[in-house]
Design a protein around this ligand. Structure first.
Ligand code: ADP
Length: 300
């Protein structure tokens, strides 16, 4: 029996892609797609040629996070063309094929595997420095397929996204064990929503009475600081939202002998950028997130 022709086609397509990175998470809602999107923006802001592939067939959120909702894909004799955000950032998602963004995709395993295979062999990415693949949460059929398909053409490994909460970290252990089982290198774990960072000048100050009534005293508080200690207004307020006393993802990485890539703060501006489909790299207020993401890229 000869080599699988699909795997051969995937290998041919992937021959012009230098690095392939899979982004995983144990749970939904931890910020995996936000991270994938902003990682792609980070890499493209560093002038790399970047592709972002969304294989979350049942909940594709990448088109919205890249500001590409409502776009469709085009076919040429070279294959499916990605949708471009910039000359050096192309995106592919099942979301581009749905007639309506609210449309539910209810597909069984084989059909999902079929479309993933097609994404890998039929999308005309051209020369890429990085292909970032945003996977669905957990470890299901799609994960086994993508790893199998990409291993044949050399995949760098997986980044696992988690929050600092124990419930999320427990599932990271499962992801790490999945990676070990399928022979996929763990590039590292990212702790997202690691602590709230917000410029002090963006905070609202409330005075709470004994009966629980809240009064907004922001104007007064800002004026007071401006008059007495203006340097405070340039500071960033920082709050640990989740209990990090048990050491969070960094400690777990030590125990599991996988790299810890760093923390991305809970940053309302980053959340807003993601909701509006923008890069956080063009917004001065996202500085904390920008630095965090660039430090992570440096470790890849
Ligand atoms: P997942 O892909 O893991 O299901 P999402 O990326 O869709 O999670 O993120 C869930 C929500 O959390 C989104 O509304 C997103 O804007 C927000 N979010 C994710 N990461 C952050 C962050 N670091 N700071 C603020 N909001 C965030």
């Amino acid at each position: 029996k000869g080599p699988d022709p699909d795997l051969v086609s995937i290998q041919e397509r992937m021959a012009t892609v230098k690095h392939k990175i899979l982004v995983l998470s144990g749970k939904g809602g931890v910020g995996k797609s936000t991270f994938s999107a902003q990682l792609a923006f980070a890499l493209s802001s560093m002038d790399y040629q970047v592709g972002l592939l969304d294989i979350d067939i049942c909940g594709p959120s990448i088109p919205k996070m890249l500001g590409l909702e409502g776009q469709g894909i085009h076919q040429s004799n070279l294959g499916w063309s990605p949708v471009y955000v910039d000359d050096n950032l192309g995106v592919m998602s099942i979301g581009f094929m749905l007639p309506h963004p609210d449309e539910a995709v209810i597909w069984r395993g084989p059909r999902k595997n079929g479309i993933i295979k097609q994404f890998l062999k039929d999308v005309n990415w051209g020369e890429l420095d990085y292909l970032v693949v945003d996977a669905p949460p957990g470890t299901s059929d799609e994960h086994i397929s993508i790893v199998q398909f990409l291993k044949a053409s050399g995949i760098d490994g997986a980044i696992i996204v988690s929050t600092p909460q124990q419930v999320s970290l427990i599932d990271v252990r499962k992801e790490v064990s999945f990676c070990k089982k399928v022979g996929l290198r763990v590039l590292g774990v990212v702790e997202n929503m690691s602590g709230l960072r917000q410029p002090l000048s963006d905070l609202h100050f409330m005075k709470v009475s004994e009966t629980g009534e809240e009064r907004d005293v922001t104007e007064w508080a800002l004026e007071y600081m401006r008059a007495n200690a203006p340097e405070i207004l340039d500071m960033v307020a920082s709050t640990e939202i989740f209990d990090s006393s048990r050491g969070g993802a960094a400690k777990m990485c030590l125990e599991m002998d996988v790299p810890f890539l760093g923390k991305v703060p809970m940053d309302p501006q980053l959340g807003k950028a993601a909701e509006e489909g923008r890069s956080c790299f063009i917004d001065k207020k996202c500085r904390a997130s920008q630095l965090a993401l660039k430090r992570i890229v440096d470790k890849l």
